[in-house]
Design a protein around this ligand. Sequence first.
Ligand code: NDP
Length: 432
Amino acid sequence: MAATVHSPIVTYASMLSLLAFCPPFVILLWYTMVHQGGSVTQTCGFLWENGVQGLINIWPRPTAIAWKIIFCYGAFEAALQLLLPGKRVEGPISPTGNRPVYKANGMAAYFVTLATYLALWWFGIFNPAIVYDHLGEIFSALIFGSLVFCVLLYVKGHVAPSSSDSGSCGNLIIDFYWGMELYPRIGKNFDIKVFTNCRFGMMSWAVLAVTYCIKQYEINGKVSDSMLVNTILMLVYVTKFFWWEAGYWNTMDIAHDRAGFYICWGCLVWVPSIYTSPGMYLVNHPVQLGTQLAVYILVAGCLCIYINYDCDRQRQEFRRTNGKCSVWGKAPSKIVATYTTTAGETKTSLLLTSGWWGLARHFHYVPEISSAFFWTVPALFDNFLPYFYVIFLTILLFDRAKRDDDRCRSKYGKYWKLYCEKVRYRIIPGIY
Ligand code: NDP
């Protein structure tokens, strides 16, 4: 029986609210951005007048073209994941003592995807503006398709789990929501979470960022500096992600969260729709910032993305070298923590207590949130909606920091307590 850190009540409340509110929210956000000029007030007015029937009327039905676009994109990404060469990389030891093996070809897949997409546009084979024109139908298809996908994951977890890192907690709803398997695979090599989180979700972020830019160009015959700053920062962020993809395989999403509705639906629907939304807004709002302001925002955003990357790199390098590395020019300060796996084996982990990881236990979330702010602020302040992602991300990461602290406390016990005494703040040094 799989252990779960989430109580049934929290899971039911969280699942019901996600199921009830997220799909309509995705549609309303798209509708407000594309058809109401980004004005929440106008959409609220529309809903006030027309009620639930109004929502049903604006909800686009998934069309054949939407399914075709999703299928071609998904199949292309799956093929790249399987076929492109890449270094063999070992993931972290799982709770039952397994070590998953991956092929690190994310950066190659990223470049092939963007090059193919731009080439299709350049040579007049496929116009990315079509994706924007059918965005509502695509999101609608993703909402329903991903739900079916999660049901299949649940069934697979029961009938054909890929490894011993799987199992039921005895409650159908919790199993469906938090997932059955940690590393579900098709065959030996096709890792489903790498596909959903990285190659579908994160890749769609870059693809849609480019799409929005091209759509604005098609409408106005030029691209505004605000759109350029937004697109460049989002692309720098996603490039950083794929550059560091093997490191991502060591993080909570992959190493701790099982493949269920929470993470997979989030990556398949929420990332393409909500994460990309500041760019979606800018398509119809070609704000001109002026070169100086545009450059300031661009530099500040790049700096935040770099710091976020450097935090992740520092922790990864520290773990990879077993603490035999230099952190900010000095030998790292560390805690040697032991813990017991669910199979009863005693293992050792190192906790870094200097560098970025000595400022706060989750300091890396500060530059993460700031980067999102910098690729949104080109939209200026006419409307609140483009800032939704920054607010959502802040709530997500504050909750995540707490979840991670709770998990590490139960994993490392007194060693985590020692870490908390040495590094007192959770996210913002001196404040929280
Ligand atoms: P990480 O996985 O990077 O860090 C948490 C884990 O690191 C802990 O579970 C623990 O794992 C280990 N750890 C904790 N403290 C230390 C330490 N002092 N020294 C060494 N190891 C430690 O966190 P996230 O997955 O949350 O973040 C990864 C990246 O993804 C970040 O850049 C973050 O900003 C980004 N992110 C972005 C999101 C988005 O929606 N845009 C959402 C979430 C994250 P162990 O059990 O191995 O000890």
